[in-house]
Design a protein around this ligand. Sequence first.
Ligand SMILES: Nc1ncnc2c1ncn2[C@@H]1O[C@H](COP(=O)(O)OP(=O)(O)OP(=O)(O)O)[C@@H](O)[C@H]1O
Ligand SMILES: [Mg+2]
Length: 436
Amino acid sequence: MLFNGVALYTAERSFGALRETAGWVRDSQRAENLVEHVYRLTVDAETGQRGYLLTGDSTFLEPYSRARDQIGDKLKQLRELTADNPAQVSQLATISALLATRFEQMERTIALKREQRDGAIRDFLLSREGNVTMDSLRLALGGMAAEALRQHERRLQAFTDNLETVRLGFLVELGINVFLVVLGVAFLAQELNRRRREIRDAQQAGAHLAMAVQERTAELTELSHYLQRLQEDDKSKIAREIHDDLGGTLAAAKINLQLLADKIAPEHAQQPRIARIMAGIDEAVRMKRRIIESLRPTVLDSLGIGPALKWQCAQFSSRWGTPCRVELDDENLRLSPDYSTTFYRIAQEALTNISKYAKAKNVVVSLRQHGDDWVLRIADDGVGIDTATPHNPSAHGVVSMRERARALHGVFSIEGKAGRGTVIEVSVRIDPRAAD
Ligand SMILES: Nc1ncnc2c1ncn2[C@@H]1O[C@H](COP(=O)(O)OP(=O)(O)OP(=O)(O)O)[C@@H](O)[C@H]1O
Ligand SMILES: [Mg+2]
């Protein structure tokens, strides 16, 4: 920047000097021309005067009068142009004086001619006074022309020197600019490389992060699958134990009580009490069945996912009074426990949510085949889930449905429209070998 400023300043100064010297050169040229012009005017005046003296015809005086009129103006111009050169100033003073003398001489002879005093004219010519003045004038004009020429050459030299300075300045400026451009390009290239490196590093870091996230998600999915399986196994174990131990105990208690009732008379005072205990045992058996069914529905293991969904829907309808329809592509579909449990638990959570939030009038549960995929769909016509509201961290139903689907590499979706219900869909590709 500083270099450029200095170079520009120098160039501007040199240009100014160049313009000035060009003006001087022009002035010297004009001075040379003016000296020449003054000489020609004087010669023209002499020729006219001579013609008049010889013929007496006044038309010959026309170039003389023109020269006399113009010469003053030319001298004035010459004075202005040479005012700064003392040698020319003094030369011009001599020339002016000689010109005045010469014109005065010519004027005198012309007047003599007008008066027809040819003798006096002859005397004057013979005196060679005019020739002497004219020779001196020619000499003075020649001197001035020579001085003008010398000055012209001096100024031309100065002009050439200035031109050289400007050229040099221009070259320096050009050099600086080329250097700056090269420097700029090098800097830009370096910057570009740095950015490229940064982007590449960021991309690599992003790719690593994405991979880490993917690996961690897969691990978590695997873990959640494992935990769900554990949970299902635990539930099955508890259900079996309740069935075997509690069931056996209750059955034994009922048989013993029946034996006791048979042993005492029907009208015995303890019979109503025995009947109440019997009713209590029956209630305990029903409760045991309900607990077992909720832990691990026997219908799922014995009849398969279709009937299990139907049983679940029937339970929902009878409990909440909301009609629940089941649509199945295959009534007798048998799936391996992983798949049937996943569908069953997702339907269970969806129906629980409908009972809690939907205020639905109708519910439809369907299990349909789309190519190799089986799609479980639970649709209600209730208030509709608002998927835009942030996830409540203490709510696990939807998250666990999604996790169950993911554990089987399935696709889960939940969509709701305000006032038009909620639809949950789980699509799972079922390997034919996974079917029971
Ligand atoms: N069928 C539905 N209709 C309307 N809103 C629903 C429906 N299902 C779920 N929601 C909304 O989605 C939210 C999340 O459901 P989610 O099952 O994850 O949690 P939760 O039922 O509140 O708790 P949790 O299931 O852990 O006991 C619910 O709080 C409810 O506002
Ligand atoms: Mg829930």
